[in-house]
Design a protein around this ligand. Structure first.
Ligand code: GH3
Ligand code: MG
Ligand code: MG
Ligand code: MG
Length: 339
C-alpha cells in the first residue's frame, strides 16, 4: 500500500457511532481498485464485503443487511445505475445508502446517477480521505433513518396496545379481525373467537378500589396469555373487563377447550393484590366460522355478536363457565353438557 494511502487513513478512527459494526458492500469489477478501496474502507472502520459486478452485489444485498453500498458505475452485466434502480425497487428491511464511483464528469451523468437512486457520487480517481468522508456522511443518514424507523415502530406498537393490561386494544381488534375472517374465508380455514368477561367485577372495584380492579385485569390478561397458542392466537381488550381471544385455524371444539383452560386458570388460584388475595372468575362465550359457514354470516361483527350471545348465556346460567354457540342450530351449549 502506498504511503499516500496510509497517510490519509488513521487506523484509530471509528465512524460507527450508533452501529457497532457498520457493514459496507463494495462493488467494483477491477480487481486492483477493488482491493485498494477495500483497504481504505476497512482502515476507516468499516466491515467490508466485496462484489465483482452488479449481479453479485444485488444478490449479496438482498441476502444480508448492509448499511452502505459503494459501487462502481461501469461494470459488466449489471452496471452501477441499474444496480441502484434494482435496490430501490427491492423491499429491503432498511435503507441502504448508495455512493456511486464514476469516471465521468458530465452533468448528464450526475443527473443519471442520482436519478437511478444513488444518494451521492464521487469521481475517479478516488481520494481516500474524500471517499471516507462521503461514506461517513452516508452512515449518519442511515443511522438517522434507523432511529426514525424504530421510533415509528414504537408509536405503532403503542397505538395497538392496551396501556393497562398490555394486550392488543380495541382498535387492533376491529382492524385485524376483519382480516382474519377474510383469510379464513380465502383459505377455507376455521376461525374462532372467545369473548370473556370478568364476573362481578364491579364488586371488586366497589369494595377494594379501582387500582385493585386494575391489578385483577392485568392478572386476568396475563393468565389468558399464558394459556393460548403463542404465535397464532391473540388477545385484545374489548373494553372495561371484557376481552376477546382470536384463534385462527381453530374449530369450535378447540376454542372451547382453550376457553375452558383459561377459565380454570383464572379460577384456580387467588390473585395477589394490595388488598390481599382475591378469588376471581370469568365467563366465556365461544363462536366459530367454518368453511361451510353461510357466506352471509361470514363477517367479524357477526362472529363477535355470536360469541357475545354465548357469553350472555354463560352469565345467565350462573357465571364462571364456558358456553359455545352452535352454528347450525344457533343455540348455545354449556361446556359441562358437552364434555
Ligand atoms: P358481570 O358478572 O355481570 O359481568 O358483572 P360485572 O360487575 O363484572 O359487570 P358490570 O358491567 O356491571 O361492571 C363492569 C365494571 O368494570 C364496571 C366498571 O367500573 C369496571 N371497569 C371498566 N373498566 C375498568 C378499568 O379499566 N379498571 C377498573 N378497575 N375497572 C374497570
Ligand atoms: Mg468498472
Ligand atoms: Mg362487562
Ligand atoms: Mg363483568
Amino acid at each position: 500500500m502506498s504511503s499516500f494511502i496510509s497517510q490519509h487513513i488513521s487506523s484509530q478512527r471509528s465512524p460507527a457511532g450508533a452501529f457497532a459494526l457498520p457493514r459496507l458492500l463494495l462493488a467494483e469489477d477491477a480487481p486492483l481498485e477493488r482491493e485498494q478501496l477495500q483497504y481504505f474502507l476497512q482502515k476507516g472502520g468499516y466491515v467490508v464485503d466485496t462484489a465483482a459486478d452488479g449481479v453479485e452485489a444485488f444478490d449479496k444485498i438482498t441476502r444480508d443487511p448492509f448499511h452502505i453500498l459503494v459501487t462502481d458505475w461501469e461494470m459488466p452485466g449489471m452496471d452501477g445505475a441499474s444496480l441502484c434502480r434494482r435496490i430501490r425497487e427491492a423491499d429491503l428491511p432498511g435503507y441502504v445508502y448508495i455512493l456511486l464511483l464514476t469516471g465521468h464528469g458530465s452533468s448528464d451523468h450526475v443527473v443519471d446517477a442520482l436519478g437511478s437512486g444513488a444518494d451521492n457520487f464521487i469521481r475517479k480517481p478516488i481520494d481516500p480521505a474524500e471517499l471516507l468522508a462521503h461514506v461517513d456522511a452516508g452512515l449518519r443518514i442511515v443511522q438517522l433513518e434507523r432511529s426514525l424507523r424504530a421510533a415509528n415502530e414504537q408509536i405503532r406498537r403503542l397505538t395497538i396496545t392496551d396501556p393497562l393490561v398490555g394486550t392488543f386494544n380495541r382498535r387492533h381488534l376491529d382492524a385485524e379481525l376483519i382480516k382474519e375472517v377474510e383469510r379464513a374465508r380465502r383459505y377455507g380455514h376455521c376461525l374462532s373467537v372467545v369473548m370473556a368477561d370478568l364476573d362481578r367485577f364491579k364488586n371488586i372495584n366497589d369494595r377494594h378500589g379501582h387500582s385493585v380492579g386494575d391489578d385483577v385485569l392485568r392478572e386476568f390478561a396475563s393468565r389468558a396469555r399464558g394459556a393460548i397458542r403463542q404465535g397464532s392466537d391473540w388477545i385484545a381488550r374489548f373494553g372495561g373487563e371484557e376481552f376477546v381471544i382470536v384463534l385462527p385455524e381453530t374449530p369450535l371444539t378447540g376454542a372451547t377447550a382453550t376457553a375452558e383452560k383459561i377459565r380454570a386458570l383464572v379460577h384456580a388460584s387467588s390473585v395477589t393484590t394490595s388488598s390481599g388475595l382475591l378469588k376471581i372468575s370469568a365467563s366465556f362465550g365461544v363462536a366459530a366460522l367454518t368453511p361451510s359457514s353461510d357466506p352471509a354470516a361470514l363477517c367479524a361483527a357477526t362472529l363477535l355478536k355470536r360469541a357475545d350471545e354465548a357469553l350472555y348465556r354463560s352469565k345467565l346460567a350462573g357465571r364462571n363457565r364456558v358456553m359455545q354457540m352452535d352454528e347450525e342450530r344457533q343455540t348455545t351449549k354449556d361446556l359441562e353438557l358437552i364434555s
